[in-house]
Ligand binder design. Structure first.
Ligand SMILES: NC(=O)c1ccc[n+]([C@@H]2O[C@H](COP(=O)([O-])OP(=O)(O)OC[C@H]3O[C@@H](n4cnc5c(N)ncnc54)[C@H](OP(=O)(O)O)[C@@H]3O)[C@@H](O)[C@H]2O)c1
Length: 218
């Protein structure tokens, strides 16, 4: 598959590029083409140095990337999400869009701050054409562990979405990342539950001196 990662130069985007590049063509996307190309080169060189086979990692602007890809990963901060999607709207057709975006604010602790639609995922669905298949996943994964290829990711990933085939594709992509267990979380209306877990996990980590917390259902 061809996968474009919007925000691919950032913390969690890097991990997905590194983890999926052995089986898929990855397009690292940025607002700045030079930054995208540099990140793509850095990721390719890292995989090369580890002897990992890589289908291909290229870099380009957000606009040029998404037109001919199967999957668009949305890994940008919430505050930039709607302006970016409004700008890219004409380039969306029927791609799968995976959102891991968590709307949250830091006051005396981290708090979930959903939009009026109820969750970031539902807001994305309201902005993009109806033919786009929005899937919500990976909100509770540590970017640091994802980008560390030596790290075992012993987490569950709850995946929500209204298109069953698209959800199946994202479950398969999740299976490809070592030890991650995909779980079907139902329709997109349930996304607020997994989005809101992220600030809760961060608060738990801070209060208890823990790091890189995730979720595992036993
Ligand atoms: N970090 C984590 O552990 C983690 C875990 C789960 C979910 N998430 C979610 O994943 C998303 C990305 O998190 P992150 O930590 O990777 O963020 P980040 O590193 O701060 O940003 C990711 C990339 O987004 C782009 N960006 C920043 N501001 C933007 C704006 N206003 N408009 C358009 N693009 C913008 C930047 O790329 P360019 O400058 O190259 O355009 C940046 O490299 C967030 O929504 C977060 O809630 C993060």
């Amino acid at each position: 598959m061809k996968i474009a990662i919007l925000g691919g130069t950032g913390s969690i985007g890097e991990g997905f590029a590194l983890r999926w590049a052995s089986k898929h063509d990855i397009v690292v996307c940025s607002r700045d083409v030079d930054k995208a190309i540099k990140a793509a080169d850095d990721y390719s060189n890292l995989l090369l140095s580890k002897g990992t086979l890589c289908c291909g990692i290229t870099g380009c602007t957000n606009e040029t990337a998404i037109q001919d890809v199967d999957v668009v990963v949305l890994s940008v901060p919430y505050k930039g999400m709607v302006p970016l999607l409004e700008k890219l709207k004409p380039f969306f057709k029927d791609q799968i869009v995976i959102s891991m975006v968590v709307p949250m604010a830091k006051n005396d602790k981290f708090e979930y701050t959903p939009p009026e639609q109820g969750s970031a995922a539902l807001e994305i669905k309201s902005v993009l054409p109806e033919t786009v298949k929005v899937i919500s996943a990976y909100h509770n994964i540590s970017a640091k562990k994802l980008a560390d290829l030596e790290s075992t990711l012993d987490y569950d990933v709850v995946i929500c979405g209204d298109d069953e085939d698209a959800k199946k594709t994202v479950m398969e992509l999740t299976h490809e990342i070592n030890n991650l267990r995909p779980l079907d979380g139902g329709g997109l209306e349930s996304s607020y539950m997994i989005e809101s877990l992220t600030p809760f996990l961060i608060n738990l980590a801070i209060k208890n001196g823990l790091r890189d917390l995730g979720v595992k259902f036993l």
